[in-house]
Ligand binder design. Sequence first.
Ligand code: HEC
Length: 181
Amino acid sequence: MKYALTPMRWVLVSTTVLFCSLANTSQFGDVDLYELGKKVYTTGAESCQTCHGINGAGTPRSKVNLGNPTSWKAFEYEAALRNTGLVMNSDAVAQAVISLGGRGWNEQNFSKLRAHLTHPEQTPKPFDENMVGLNGPNKKVLVTHVRRLLRKAGLPKANPKEIEDLLSASALTYIKEEFVK
Ligand code: HEC
């Protein structure tokens, strides 16, 4: 069975408040997240695909198997925090690390995660900062693409944060529909 994010088409996950809350960005309801995500994944010389491979199985630059989300750190963090009072939803963490890159995610969140663990010796490792996510050289091109897409669809203009959320949600949708069996 494929994990589809289709029921989440209307709701993009917020990257704030420790990933508990969902930002309702229903103004983008008409955007095809799979098609946009495919563009995000494959566009440019240092695209997601450069490090993660055409089939998501990895390259020498990233050994993560995008086809197996339970092997992701996002999943490990969610599990480590279970019953600690701090909730991190793994999809929301994955979306946030795509938006912020490993370094940005670690700076904003890793110490909070560690502070909530009852067995600090079991602390999971922070994200590898080679994971740049959207913060690569193609971001400008992708942002321009989204602005044009929204204009063509007759949708309202979006602010930079909303565009970033849309790009990361679409990349995650593409990964789940294309690589996760
Ligand atoms: C320069 C190489 C590079 C690029 C470009 C890159 N990544 Fe990554 N990515 C990595 C590495 C390395 C990891 C492993 C991080 C870790 O396990 O700490 C990773 C991990 C991930 C994960 C797993 C997260 C988790 O919870 O373990 C996802 C999902 C992901 N990348 C998606 C993307 C998407 C989408 C893009 C493009 C917008 C992208 N990556 C661009 C190197 C890259």
